[in-house]
Design a protein around this ligand. Structure first.
Ligand SMILES: O=P(O)(O)OC[C@H]1O[C@H](OP(=O)(O)OP(=O)(O)O)[C@H](O)[C@@H]1O
Ligand SMILES: O=c1cc[nH]c(=O)[nH]1
Ligand SMILES: [Mg+2]
Length: 209
């Protein structure tokens, strides 16, 4: 079974509190989400393999370590996932970025797919699917299924806040996927929103409410 990693660094938890706060306006919300994404990227990439290389310092020849293995791919789920991409790219500027467009039908809570654009070598990359909110888990599970249909095999999921229901749903469909979150909240409410959560991530990021 995939693991659930709660990124509990004090800086992440501090910033998450202000992200949750209803008084935090769009500009600060966007900046804080970006900063938390960068801090989480550090944790998510902790297990990247290294290989030894020969270099010369100005003083003598020596050996150093560089990242080896598969190249990284980021796959934000539109719209809200976009808010976390730049933060990850700041640590991994060479990652390619694919986009999957999904919205959650407000009545059925089922994901509806409307866009897909992936790098041509996506199946050769280690992928991080990015979405701030893991609520019922329907959107993340659908995005991961789409990537598996495109023959992708190494997939991690990165979210700000998860409901226990969403973790359960993703792991029952995709037990091979590790999930990285800044917090696991209590539950979903009747409208499928995470409690206490942060409200609608897309609307708060883009000021659409
Ligand atoms: O786990 P789920 O129950 O599927 O819910 C989570 C999804 O809902 C939100 O997207 P939304 O549908 O609001 O689209 P948006 O990003 O365009 O606002 C969120 O960003 C996730 O993609
Ligand atoms: O709490 C939630 C649930 C789904 N989507 C959001 O943006 N927030
Ligand atoms: Mg939304």
């Amino acid at each position: 079974m995939g693991k659930v990693v709660v990124c509990d660094h004090p800086l992440i938890q501090h910033k998450l509190t202000y992200i949750r706060d209803v008084e935090t306006k769009t500009k600060d919300f966007r900046q804080l989400v970006d900063e938390v994404a960068m801090l989480m990227a550090y944790e998510i990439t902790r297990d990247l393999p290294l290989q030894e290389v020969d270099i010369r310092t100005p003083v003598c020849p020596t050996k150093g370590k560089v990242i080896a293995g598969r190249m990284l791919g980021l796959v934000p789920i539109l719209r809200a996932g976009l808010g976390m991409v730049d933060g990850v790219l700041r640590l991994h500027p060479t990652a390619k970025v694919g986009h999957i467009g999904l919205y959650r039908d407000p009545e059925t809570l089922q994901p509806v797919e409307y866009y897909e654009k992936l790098p041509s070598d996506v199946h050769e990359r280690e992928l991080i699917v990015i979405d701030p909110m893991l609520a019922t888990g329907g959107s993340a599970a659908a995005a991961i299924s789409l990537l598996k249909k495109r023959k992708c095999t190494q997939i991690k999921l990165m979210c700000l806040i998860a409901a226990p229901e969403g973790i359960e749903a993703v792991h029952s469909e995709h037990p091979d996927v590790d999930i990285y979150v800044a917090a696991v909240d209590e539950r979903l409410n009747e409208q499928g929103y995470i409690v206490p959560g942060l409200g609608d991530a897309g609307d708060r990021l883009f000021g659409t409410k």
